[in-house]
Structure formats: structure tokens, C-alpha cells
Design a protein around this ligand. Structure first.
Ligand code: COA
Ligand code: ZN
Length: 303
């Protein structure tokens, strides 16, 4: 065990209930989703993206977000967040009493239209309205810049374009800015440069990384982001998920794999690796198929 980072915290935001289940072939019931959220909190998660209040026509698997949020027995000290794209979603999220609202601005026009039927400029304006209302209600806000390392339709995305968007959304004073490699295209040097850019263009705003493991670069990207001071990452139990609007994108980096890496480097995550692995086994049963996580298969070391 490397004690270099002893005591320093890395926080994981668990996104399996949202980013994971929105794209999984399985159709879990609301009761199964509720149990997943509660099991994640029991394994030590303090930030859980529990639902998505988007159009049920756009993402049918997230249609029951209201029932999921209403059914979850909240744990003290746990923040339950949800994705919101428009006024209707904001109203649903407020009624569900979420602790945090997350918005998305896509860094490329084609993917922005596919994902939320809006131009990049329009989605920034929508976010401005949503975040203003959320802040007024005392709800924490985070905004994700999606396709930050590449677009499923347009290919490479100019990092300056990404950082211009970062600067624009920084004006809304979000609690956090999230860079998302939605299609798992990024590599460590690119990720480190982007996050350093976020510090320049949005000084004082917390940074978070969201990496899909489509090309097996997610853990390397996380290590690079840690090197430039990022301490909060999204991760999905078992590595489940994808994006319904990004062809070929596979799931987020697996929570267990990030926890293994972080603990091995001497960071504290507050998470119980054995409990996570047990929860992954339970999730596989619910989904009816295996999941990509490697640590869930191998176990911790020495075990
Ligand atoms: N909650 C419930 N229903 C909603 C809704 C919401 N947040 N937003 C829209 N709808 C419904 C409308 O009532 C309308 O229903 P109707 O056809 O019965 O009248 C329908 O969805 C279309 O609404 P509209 O406002 O015209 O939206 P749109 O077709 O322009 O789509 C979004 C815009 C943002 C609502 C849609 O693209 C969306 O929800 N995208 C989510 C993408 C996503 O979650 N991606 C994965 C995560 S990044
Ligand atoms: Zn994602």
C-alpha cells in the first residue's frame, strides 16, 4: 500500500442507477432500482445519481424517476442527485426533493441535437434558467460538459471549444463542473490538459471527471486527472451503462476498479470494496447478465 496520499479523500459519485441503467438492456422495476440505490448507500456512497427527470419518450428506462426517488429510504449524509434538462424536469426534481441537480451541455453540435434536441447555445441558456431556479431553492448544482474528449458523430472536439463552454457555464456559478468523456475517446495527456484548462477558465469551481471505458482508457484518465488535482469522479457499479444517444459508447468506469486504484494509491474513498463487489453480484442477478468490472471478478488484493 502506497501511503503517499494517506488520508486524502477521493470522492466517487455513483452513477449506476442513472447513467448505468438508462442504457442497459434490462428493464428493472422501480423496486429493484430503489434497492440498488439503498445498497449503494449501505456500501458507503455519499453521492448517488439516483434518477433522471428527462422526457420518457427520449429515455424510457428513466421514466420512473419520480417513483424511485419517492421510494428510496434516504440515508443521513447522502446526497441524491438527478439529471435535469428542462423546466418540466426541474419541477419533477424539486417535487422529488433531490439534493443536487445536474445539467448537461454537449460540446459538439451534432451530439447536442441528438441528445437534447437543442444547439449548444440553447442548452447553455436552458441550463442558466434551471441552475438559477435550483440555486434559489438552495439545491446544489453541477453541470457536465459532455463529449469533452470527442464526439460520437463529429470525432475530435477542439479543447478550446470545450474550455469556452466551461467559461460560459462558470458564469452560472455551479458547485461543480464535470468533464465527461461520453464515448471513452480520451487519453491521459488530453484529460490532464483539459482539467488544467478548467482551473484557468473556471477558477474556484470544483472539478469532477466522468469517464466511459469504451476504449479501456478510463482508469489511466482518472490517474492523470488525479495528478492535476481532481478529486471527484463519477463511476458506475460493475461498469454498467452507456448512452442511448452515443452509438457504441459502453459503460462508465467501474466503481470497484476505481476504488481498488484509489485505495492502492493510499487515498481514502469511504467505500467498502467487499460490499461493492457483493452489490455487483446482486446487480448482475437483477440485470440477468454479466458486467465489465474487472475487480468484481478478481476481487481485491490480496483478497
Ligand atoms: N419530463 C417528462 N416529460 C417530458 C419532459 C420531462 N422532463 N420533457 C419533455 N417531456 C415530454 C413533453 O411533455 C412532450 O410530451 P408530448 O409529446 O406527450 O407532448 C415530449 O416529452 C416532448 O417534449 P419537448 O419539450 O418537445 O421536448 P423535445 O422533443 O424537444 O426534447 C428533451 C427535448 C430535452 C426533453 C429531450 O431531448 C430529453 O429529455 N433528452 C434527454 C436526453 C438524455 O437523458 N440523455 C442521456 C443522458 S446525457
Ligand atoms: Zn456518461
Amino acid at each position: 500500500m502506497n501511503s503517499e496520499h494517506n488520508g486524502q479523500r477521493i470522492t466517487l459519485v455513483e452513477v449506476a442507477p442513472r447513467d448505468g441503467l438508462q442504457a442497459d438492456p434490462a428493464d428493472l422495476t422501480s423496486e429493484q432500482k430503489i434497492e440498488l440505490v439503498e445498497r449503494l448507500a449501505a456500501a458507503g456512497h455519499r453521492r448517488i445519481e439516483a434518477a433522471s427527470f428527462v422526457s420518457p419518450k427520449a429515455v424510457p428506462k428513466m421514466a420512473d424517476g419520480d417513483a424511485v426517488m419517492a421510494g428510496v429510504t434516504r440515508s443521513a449524509g447522502v446526497s441524491y442527485s438527478a439529471l435535469v434538462f428542462n423546466q418540466r424536469g426541474l419541477e419533477r426534481a424539486m417535487a422529488a426533493e433531490v439534493d443536487e441537480i445536474c445539467g448537461v451541455v454537449v460540446a459538439s453540435e451534432t451530439f447536442s441535437q441528438a441528445n437534447q434536441r437543442a444547439s449548444v447555445a440553447e442548452s447553455i441558456e436552458r441550463w442558466r434558467a434551471i441552475s438559477g431556479a435550483a440555486r434559489q431553492a438552495g439545491v446544489t448544482t453541477a453541470v457536465t460538459i459532455s463529449a469533452a474528449c470527442g464526439c460520437p458523430y463529429e470525432g475530435p472536439v477542439d479543447p478550446e471549444r470545450v474550455l469556452d463552454i466551461v467559461a460560459e457555464v462558470a458564469e452560472t456559478e455551479p458547485d461543480e463542473i464535470v468533464l465527461a468523456d461520453t464515448v471513452g475517446a480520451g487519453v491521459p495527456t488530453q484529460v490532464a490538459a483539459l482539467f488544467e484548462g478548467v482551473s484557468r477558465r473556471a477558477p474556484g469551481i470544483a472539478r469532477r471527471g466522468h469517464f466511459h471505458n469504451t476504449r479501456n482508457t478510463a482508469l489511466a484518465n482518472i490517474a492523470a486527472a488525479i495528478d492535476v488535482g481532481v478529486r471527484t469522479f463519477d463511476a458506475s457499479l460493475g461498469g454498467v451503462g452507456g448512452c442511448p444517444f452515443a452509438p457504441r459508447a459502453t459503460g462508465n468506469v467501474a466503481t470497484e476498479d476505481v476504488v481498488y486504484l484509489a485505495h492502492g494509491m493510499g487515498y481514502d474513498t469511504g467505500l467498502d470494496l467487499d460490499a461493492l463487489i457483493a452489490t455487483t453480484a446482486w446487480l448482475e442477478d437483477q440485470l440477468g447478465h454479466g458486467v465489465p468490472s474487472l475487480v468484481a471478478k478478481a476481487g481485491g488484493f490480496p483478497g
